[in-house]
Write a protein that binds this ligand. Structure first.
Ligand SMILES: O=C[C@H](O)[C@H](O)COP(=O)(O)O
Ligand SMILES: C=C(OP(=O)(O)O)C(=O)O
Length: 361
């Protein structure tokens, strides 16, 4: 939903707390800090090939109801425990949405789902939720849409995406170069992979750029470069999760001197926005992984408590368990996808434990 009544006059409408003030108001607890630090370390090990587990970023396309998000997280925690040997499960807790044209832009921007755009409330509600999820032991993922809001949330995030609409953005690349967490750059909406490879190369280098300081003023930030910037294959006009497309992407990474680590998004261009296809994409990826593919290091899934999506209608409270942005797979299907991916990791592991076939001289 967007504001359909133009304001009387353009201009600033309210003050925001500074990032430092919000972090003092809603501090990161010791339990949360442990969740974040462990998850970042685990994801880095996977991306760098030091762990043979699979990163799985799974959860709602967007969060619009905090109770439902907590409920989802409690279920996901059980999955994290059940499949911890095979999977590093990180919850998609996206609080901002990039839109192709118009539409609801996420809990941070419009927490009351009515176009009132009370961002100051959105930041407080969003930060509290992320703190709670981490304190439960569930690490979270987010997409960087508005660079300025990252300084309000960065200490609570274990993985972030730069989306298909922003991988080419110099500002996002610079910001990624200074983040202390793995950043996945998605291929472009039309399916262009090179733009994300270029982004990774840029983000791995040091940059100097204008950034929001904890005190809320602007400053020049000098980054060291982010060695955990990596590629996310999300499809475009055509899916790109098949063996040939992934091999072509791995070749582009190799050519650029980058490690061949691929996270594959089962949704978006890879499902052609039909949520039912996500399980099929995951089954295909599970087959590639079981077959020994080591460049697939992660999978993304859009999943919610209930399958499908709903329109956000003025004056009607939406179902808390059903997506108001992209359609998602429901809980049972999600649990099945996680089982399948975990088994694929086991199969890949057992392959590498088998003695190499004898070669006749
Ligand atoms: O994942 C969410 C959507 O794909 C993204 O926000 C764009 O959505 P839209 O094309 O409906 O605007
Ligand atoms: C917008 C998203 O993805 P993409 O950038 O791949 O369209 C998303 O994951 O919410």
């Amino acid at each position: 939903m967007t504001v359909d009544v133009a304001p009387a006059a353009p201009g600033f409408v309210s003050e925001l707390l500074t990032p430092g003030q919000l972090k003092r108001l809603i501090p990161r607890s010791a339990a949360s800090a442990t969740t974040v630090q462990q998850a970042r370390r685990n994801v880095r090990s996977i991306l760098q090939g030091r762990s043979d587990r699979l990163l799985v970023v799974i959860g709602p396309c967007s969060i619009h109801d905090c109770m439902a998000a907590r409920h989802y997280a409690r279920r996901l925690l059980q999955m994290r425990e059940q499949w911890g040997q095979e999977l590093e499960i990180v919850m998609r807790a996206y609080l901002e949405k990039p839109r192709t044209t118009l539409g609801w832009t996420g809990l941070l921007n419009d927490p009351f789902l009515d176009g009132s755009g009370l961002i100051s409330h959105g930041l407080e509600i969003g930060r509290s939720l992320l703190e709670e999820l981490n304190a439960m032991g569930v690490p979270v993922a987010h997409e960087i849409v508005a660079p300025a809001t990252m300084s309000y949330l960065d200490d609570l995030l274990s993985w972030v995406a730069v989306g298909a609409r922003t991988s080419a953005s110099p500002v996002h690349r610079q910001l990624a170069s200074g983040l202390d967490m793995p950043v996945g750059f998605k291929n472009g909406v039309e399916g262009q992979v090179q733009v994300a490879v270029d982004a990774i190369q840029s983000a791995r280098h040091p940059h100097s750029y204008v950034a929001v300081r904890p005190q809320g003023t602007l400053g020049v930030y000098s980054s060291l470069g982010n060695q955990d910037a990596h590629l996310v294959m999300r499809g475009g006009r055509q899916p790109n999760y098949d063996e040939d497309s992934l091999a072509a992407a791995a070749a582009l990474l190799r050519k650029a001197g980058l490690h061949e680590a691929l996270v594959v998004d089962a949704s978006h261009g890879n499902s052609q926005k039909d949520h039912h296809r996500q399980s099929m994409v995951c089954a295909d990826l599970a087959g590639q992984i079981s077959g020994g593919n080591r460049s697939i290091v992660g999978v993304m899934v859009e999943s919610n408590l209930r399958s499908g999506r709903q329109d956000l209608l003025a004056g009607r409270t939406p179902d808390p368990e059903l997506s108001i942005t992209d359609a998602c797979i429901g809980w049972d299907e999600s649990a099945e996808v996680l089982r399948l991916l975990a088994e694929a990791v086991r199969a890949r592991r057992s392959r590498s434990l088998q003695p190499a076939p004898e070669v006749a001289c």
